[in-house]
Ligand binder design. Structure first.
Ligand SMILES: Cc1cc2nc3c(=O)[nH]c(=O)nc-3n(C[C@H](O)[C@H](O)[C@H](O)COP(=O)(O)OP(=O)(O)OC[C@H]3O[C@@H](n4cnc5c(N)ncnc54)[C@H](O)[C@@H]3O)c2cc1C
Ligand SMILES: NC(=O)c1ccc[n+]([C@@H]2O[C@H](COP(=O)([O-])OP(=O)(O)OC[C@H]3O[C@@H](n4cnc5c(N)ncnc54)[C@H](OP(=O)(O)O)[C@@H]3O)[C@@H](O)[C@H]2O)c1
Ligand SMILES: Cc1cc2nc3c(=O)[nH]c(=O)nc-3n(C[C@H](O)[C@H](O)[C@H](O)COP(=O)(O)O)c2cc1C
Length: 574
């Protein structure tokens, strides 16, 4: 059994630590705690608020709630958009668990509460005791910024920090567990709680990031035509006999290996022997399976710039101008940076120590688990581009396209996204905006609605570059229209005419009907590019609500916020 790294200031005896190790290993047991007090109806409430985009924070919140319950607290888990600022004031014991999205921004379901809390006239939180767990990724400039913002703001509003914020990188599991183990007893301290609880401990997923399922790919089919400027593929991966299942809206994570030619080129560039053993493994094996060798990280760049005679990189890093640096790095990979500085050499251990672990990539599943219980479908744009006079390939998208076949295994695990779901009420209309690979979860949603024989209307906005070459799943969508499953399909092919036409233009053109669907209780889903498309679609949504609903800008914002609170406006954007 794995041993937890519980922080030294956590109030645990050795026995308690042993129990916690069992707890986090997912064991079921009856917990008897007796603090000497009588059972009380005023068990201390612990509010656990999560901000999430893809479900991880919610899952950590559930783990925290399970331990809280076991320790005699009454946990209440809510997404941040279920709470308003007045309710926050009444929360005496509070855990905030949030990821960061965009460029250091709040995840969607934390935005409304955050906007209220950051107001100058936000109410004081003198009675609140809190701690923050921040989820993020050090690959982004503003690491864990949303959690940092919450932590600072709560302190500024007078809340008392009971335990220091923990910032988690992609390997979030151990630090998150340690934070939970440390913070829950602090939240319970002094509470009149006697517990005799049959604790419903959450089953840990059988397969996860650390123990992925070795699956088989059964189909790899190109969807875009040969003449296309893009390459988008449809994959089917078998999960038969795995005991795994998934819901429409979930993501599948794939753990790739690096392209063998890139590994060769990198080894050549650093001037090492591929067979050199480092920590019992050859350099080649490290660079193939364990380490990120495509996306350059800042530590490596720093060392290259220090060793290099060419000062361009050093000046860029020293300038602190993030935009300039990311412009320079756009399209450049680690090999480009090495080739640009051919005199820079590394020993194998030195180079390995400078690289980050090779991470999985997430993909929105494009099939319904009810219709396809034995397989998972994915819709993936292969990342291939020319830069610095050489061909570049995205690690995972081309690993699936070029390396995996029916006789190799592909390591996968699921990440559930409970927020991104087909509505339970089958009679409600749904509007789906998914250009490019953004169509993936909506193919799953349509299959799901078909499977459920849902009577609610379905409307898809889809688009890509050219109709002739990039209208992926055209036949399926036509069939769904003929069968009455897809009631409306609006298409925006951006490069078929001089002026760009995007999905939001089609939304505007159909504003009256779109607003009518929302008024009927409709759901509005968006999937695809987070940085341009999702922002512009959001703007168009606000504008058409204002226009069609005869509302002021502020009233339109309120309307959209209400949709978000009711989980009728949700996004799966990347
Ligand atoms: C929740 C979620 C769901 C997702 N669902 C899908 C999905 O359904 N389908 C899908 O295709 N993707 C999806 N993605 C994106 C996916 O996870 C990967 O990011 C994507 O496949 C690229 O990974 P890669 O390993 O192939 O490329 P990487 O090795 O990660 O390389 C990508 C990098 O290459 C560079 N780059 C890319 N294109 C260019 C270019 N034209 N010019 C210069 N530089 C460039 C950029 O630096 C970019 O960051 C999703 C992401 C998330 C978070
Ligand atoms: N991390 C990665 O490496 C990676 C890999 C794959 C995808 N992604 C992200 O995921 C996105 C989706 O990729 P994709 O291949 O599915 O689609 P995509 O190539 O980004 O674009 C699909 C369609 O959306 C259009 N579009 C561009 N800007 C838009 C805007 N502001 N509003 C609305 N539509 C817009 C495109 O038009 P034009 O191109 O003609 O302008 C195209 O017609 C990518 O843009 C990227 O941000 C990232
Ligand atoms: C499009 C996108 C943008 C992100 N931006 C940031 C960021 O600016 N800073 C950061 O630390 N992490 C960033 N992340 C990483 C997420 O915060 C991290 O994956 C987190 O574990 C997701 O948790 P969730 O599933 O609860 O949303 C980003 C992830 C994606 C997909």
């Amino acid at each position: 059994m794995k041993t937890l790294n519980i922080p030294s200031n956590a109030p645990y005896s050795t026995t308690q630590q042993a129990w916690l190790n069992g707890f986090f290993a997912g064991m079921h047991r009856r917990i008897l705690q007796n603090s000497g007090a009588e059972p009380s109806s005023d068990i201390r409430v612990l509010n656990i608020l999560y901000g999430t985009q893809t479900g991880t924070s919610e899952s950590v919140a559930e783990d925290a709630a399970t331990l809280a319950k076991a320790q005699g607290l009454k946990p209440i888990i809510q997404s941040m958009d279920e709470v308003d600022a007045n309710e926050l004031v009444a929360m005496e014991y509070l855990l905030i668990i949030t990821s960061t999205y965009g460029e250091g921004e709040m995840p969607d379901n934390a935005q409304i509460l955050w906007d209220a809390v950051k107001e100058d006239n936000a109410q004081n939180l003198d009675n609140t005791h809190y701690s923050v767990l921040a989820l993020g990724d050090t690959g982004y400039d503003l690491f864990c910024q949303a959690g940092i913002d919450w932590d600072n703001r709560l302190e500024k509003l007078g809340a008392k920090r009971l335990y220091n914020r923990v910032d988690c990188d992609v390997d979030y599991e151990d630090p998150a567990e340690a934070w939970i183990a440390a913070v829950i007893p602090l939240m319970a301290e002094g509470a009149a709680t006697v517990v005799d609880v049959e604790t419903p401990i959450k089953e840990k997923a059988k397969f996860n990031r650390k123990n992925p399922f070795p699956a088989t790919m059964t189909l790899n089919k190109i969807l875009t035509s040969e003449a296309s400027s893009k390459e988008t593929r449809h994959y089917e991966i078998s999960i038969a006999d795995s005991g795994l299942s998934y819901e429409a809206g979930d993501a599948l994570c794939v753990i790739p290996t690096n392209c063998p030619e890139l590994v060769d080129a990198v080894i050549n560039a650093i001037g090492c022997d591929e067979e050199e053993i480092v920590d019992d493994v050859t350099l080649r094996e490290h660079l193939t399976s364990d380490l990120e060798i495509k996306l350059p990280n800042k530590e490596l760049l720093q060392v290259i710039s220090e060793k290099a005679k060419d000062p361009t990189l050093r000046e860029l890093l020293d300038s602190g101008d993030k935009d300039k640096l990311s412009d320079y790095l756009w399209g450049r990979d680690t090999l480009d940076c090495l080739l640009q500085n051919p005199d820079v050499m590394f020993s194998a251990p030195e180079f390995i120590a400078l690289l980050k672990p090779l991470q999985h990539r997430a993909y929105s599943i494009s099939s319904s688990g009810k219709m396809h219980p034995n397989s998972v479908h994915l819709t993936i744009a292969s990342v291939r581009y020319e830069a610095q006079n050489r061909a570049h390939k995205g690690v995972c998208s081309t690993y699936l396209a070029d390396i995996v076949n029916e006789s190799t295994e592909v390591k996968i695990f699921f990440t559930p996204n409970k927020s991104f779901r087909v509505p339970e009420d089958n009679s409600l209309p749904i509007i789906m905006v998914g250009p490019g690979t953004g169509i993936a979860p909506f193919r799953a949603f349509l299959q799901e609605r078909n499977f459920r024989k849902a009577t609610g209307k379905n409307w898809l906005f889809f688009g890509d570059r050219n109709a002739k070459t990039d209208f992926i799943y055209e036949d399926e969508l036509n069939t769904m229209q003929e069968n009455g499953i897809l009631n409306r399909l609006d298409l925006a092919f951006s490069r078929d005419q001089e002026e760009k036409i995007y999905v939001q233009d089609k939304m505007r053109e159909n504003g009256a009907e779109l607003f009518a669907w929302l008024e009927q209780g409709g759901y509005f889903f968006v999937c695809g590019d987070a940085y341009r498309m999702a922002k512009d679609v959001d703007k168009a949504l606000h504008e058409l609500i204002a226009e069609q609903g005869h509302k002021s800008t502020d009233e339109a914002i309120d309307y959209v916020n209400q949709l978000k609170k009711e989980k009728r406006y949700v996004r799966d954007v990347y």
